[in-house]
Structures are given as C-alpha cells and as structure tokens.
Design a protein around this ligand. Structure first.
Ligand code: IMP
Length: 174
C-alpha cells in the first residue's frame, strides 16, 4: 500500500502517554492481581506496551472482535476470538485501540460485565469524541483526536499500516 501519510502522534508522544497510563494502573491496582484483556486486532501494540508499563501481577487474555470494513464502522460487532478463561470475580482491564462510534466499546463492556468480573476498567488509546453515535464512558483515554481516519501502532487501513510505530493520518483518501 502506497498512500501518503503524515505523522499524527509520534512514537515519543505515544510512549510517554503509555507510561503515564501504566503508572496510574500500577497505583490503582497496587498489590491486586489483574486480568488485562487485549481487544484484537487493533490494540495489540498498545496493549503489549501498556502491560509492560504496569508493575504487578497481570494475566493476559485476548478477545477478538471485528466491526470495520474500509474506513467506516459497520456498526455490527462480530466476535472472532473468545476469552480463553473465565473473568468472574477478577479485576479486569479492557484495552481498546480507539473509540469511534462507541458501538464496539459498548458491546465489549456489556459482554465482559455479563461474565461478572469484580471490577472493570476501560482504557482506550484514542477517542474521537465528535464521532460518537452512542454515549460511551471510558475510564482512561490516552488522546482525544478529531474525527479523522488514522492508522499505525496497531490500527489498520484494510489490513495495512498496523506495524507503524507511530500514529498517522492518510492524506490522499478517496
Ligand atoms: P467503533 O465501534 O465505531 O467505536 O469502532 C471501533 C473500532 O473501529 C476500533 O476498535 C478500530 O478497530 C476501528 N477504528 C475506528 N476508527 C478507526 C481509525 O481511525 N483507524 C483505524 N481503525 C479505526
């Protein structure tokens, strides 16, 4: 894929924010085991950096959902990989890449809450407040961004650009 990209959030800015979020989680869950759920695929890079920034016992779980095709959300959430273990009675943190319409996060929250965790903390690296179609409360957000399509650091455009270490905007769309 050969689209023109411009840096939106640099690798340094991301890493600084991840460390801040990790420090907050370390304080919040001092001496408490947590289960960190990685929402696949988009959050895998953020997740792997974030869990390394948390000091304490972290169990890793992976939850696959898909709701996007091209550059617009289909609004329909499909589970592509379920959790491997029960989270009942556990302190769970749910790690998502980006909140756009809010539909995916709302689906994820109700899905995880139905499994009766002891607590649920929701975290997203990015949020587009102007794109929300449904109210969606997130406990921790890295960066609020305008309603632009972004790629990199796990986020893709039709499968491309997930491996960029920074977040970029695609310049020559459509
Ligand atoms: P929502 O259900 O509309 O909030 O969409 C959430 C999902 O859509 C995220 O988990 C991403 O995978 C994807 N998504 C939303 N906005 C973008 C974007 O700007 N770039 C890449 N993926 C996005």
């Amino acid at each position: 894929m050969n689209l023109k990209l411009s840096t939106y959030i640099s690798e340094e800015q991301i890493q600084k924010k991840v460390q801040e979020l990790g420090d907050q989680l370390t304080k919040k869950f001092k001496d408490t085991e947590i289960v960190a759920i990685c929402v696949l695929k988009g959050s895998f890079m953020f997740y792997s950096d974030l869990i390394r920034a948390i000091q304490g016992d972290v169990h890793c779980e992976f939850f696959g959902v898909s709701s996007y095709s091209g550059t617009s959300s289909s609004g329909e959430v499909k589970v592509t990989l379920d959790l491997a273990h029960s989270v009942e009675g556990k302190h769970v943190i749910l790690v998502e890449d980006i909140i756009d319409t809010g539909l995916t996060m709302n689906y994820l929250k109700s899905n995880i809450l139905s499994r009766k965790p002891k607590s649920l903390t929701t975290i997203a690296l990015l949020e587009k407040p102007d794109a929300l179609k449904v109210p969606c409360e997130i406990d921790m957000v890295g960066f609020k961004i305008p309603n632009d399509f972004v790629v990199g650091y796990g986020l893709d455009y039709d499968g491309y650009y997930r491996n960029l270490p920074y977040i970029a905007q695609v310049q020559n769309f459509q």
